[in-house]
Design a protein around this ligand. Structure first.
Ligand code: FMN
Length: 390
């Protein structure tokens, strides 16, 4: 019997050739903020490996919103490089999406040239920074930058934009009570904390042509007490559905509190410390790594239980991501009403993972996961040091 994985699926105005999406996972391939030939080659390889849609990760909507010097920010000058990438992806029969975000309290002033801003001035231990609280004008400006980045993404040939509303970046910082302590209409109740996400979506939808899909990646749980939990996530999912989002990518974790919640598996503490250029953070990681960064054991489809609760609450297409590495589990997830599966590490290890599954050459990804690709990403191109030769 043909697996649902290899059947076409509708996502808003788009039809993907199958149910697989290469999840946004920072490639580290934009030195100086400019997409490199490695980025084009990587996404071309994923597309040639039969993915339905591939997502270019972690593109900032402004120079100020970045956390890495090898992270792109959307601007006129890089439209040609992105156009080369989307042409390559389309030539290989896949669709291309770009994840747009702003790091908020995780922005690095050495990279962005500005003091980080966030919903409220709450110290961020991981970034070792006290951000300034955003003004009304900042809120409007950032939402407008999401819209402008969408227009540029469209000109670059992307079929979809994915708003990064999860993992503790700016939009997710608004959703979280700990980082959002505002007493105005942007803070307090979940309706107020979701107002920024909704404003961004409204502006992005207004900027996007009808043939472009608008997706949001959001958390099921931030992964710690006091962060956003599943009941609030369901309310957010319902609001975004009402706003006309074309699909929701369901994930979890809050980078300044529970950075490994999203990945699961081993935490490569030594490799993290090696890549850290800030001396204090490097020492902190070496001495207190295990206390600062909690490890979460890996199991396949680790967000499934929470995601099923969202599935029962909304009708919008859902993409499940997190530990989807075997044909059996992917088939099971798709049979439980999820429309697409998102995968990151299996496609870092083997860009043609989907083609190999389809050909029946393998039944699961060899990714362990050791998460060394994550440590590499901080200062270099994200690759799989163990399986590079495959
Ligand atoms: C090296 C690496 C970089 C990542 N960067 C991002 C990112 O920029 N944006 C994002 O939404 N998720 C990011 N993620 C999370 C993945 O998209 C995905 O949600 C997570 O790895 C779980 O999926 P997997 O088990 O298929 O790897 C990253 C993951 C990895 C391994």
């Amino acid at each position: 019997m043909t697996s649902k994985l290899f059947t076409p699926g509708r996502l808003g105005p788009l039809t993907l050739r199958n149910r697989s999406i290469r999840s946004a996972a920072f490639e580290g391939m934009c030195p100086g903020g400019v997409p490199s030939q490695s980025l084009v080659a990587y996404h071309r390889a994923v597309a040639a490996g039969d993915i339905g849609m591939t997502t270019v990760a972690y593109v900032s909507i402004s120079r100020e919103g970045r956390s890495f010097s090898h992270q792109a920010w959307m601007r006129e000058e890089i439209v040609p490089q992105f156009r080369e990438l989307t042409d390559a992806v389309h030539d290989a029969g896949a669709l291309a999406s770009v994840q747009l975000g702003h790091c908020g309290n995780m922005s690095d002033r050495h990279v962005s040239g500005a003091r980080p801003m966030a919903p409220s001035a709450v110290f961020n231990l991981f970034g070792l920074a006290l951000p300034r609280a955003m003004t009304e004008a900042d809120i409007e400006e950032v939402a407008d930058q999401f819209a402008e980045s969408t227009r540029l993404a469209q000109r670059a040939g992307f079929d979809a934009v994915e708003i990064h509303a999860g993992h503790g970046y700016l939009v997710s910082q608004f959703l979280n009570r700990h980082t959002n302590r505002r007493r105005d209409k942007w803070g307090g109740s979940i309706e107020n904390r979701a107002r920024f996400a909704r404003l961004v979506i409204a502006k992005v939808k207004e900027a996007a042509d009808p043939q472009m899909a608008v997706i949001a990646k959001m958390n099921l749980q931030d992964g710690y007490k006091g962060g956003m939990e599943i009941d609030e996530a369901i309310q957010v999912a319902k609001m975004l559905e009402k706003d006309g989002i074309d699909a929701l990518v369901l994930s979890g974790g809050f980078v300044s509190k529970t950075p490994m919640y999203v990945m699961r598996g081993d935490t490569p503490y030594k490799e993290f410390a090696k890549g850290e250029r800030r001396v204090l953070a490097k020492i902190g990681l070496l001495l207190f790594g295990r206390l600062l960064v909690k490890t979460y054991p890996f199991k396949e489809a680790y967000f499934l239980e929470d995601a099923i609760r969202v599935r029962q609450s909304v009708k919008v297409p859902l993409v499940l991501v997190g530990g989807l590495k075997s044909r059996v589990v992917i088939d099971d997830v798709l049979s439980q009403g999820f429309d697409f599966v998102g995968m990151a590490r299996p496609l870092i290890a083997q860009p043609d993972f989907v083609a190999r599954l389809q050909r029946g050459e393998i039944t699961e990804s060899p990714c362990e996961p050791c998460n060394e690709c994550v440590a590499l990403m901080y200062h270099d191109e994200a690759s799989c040091p163990k399986l590079d030769s495959n």
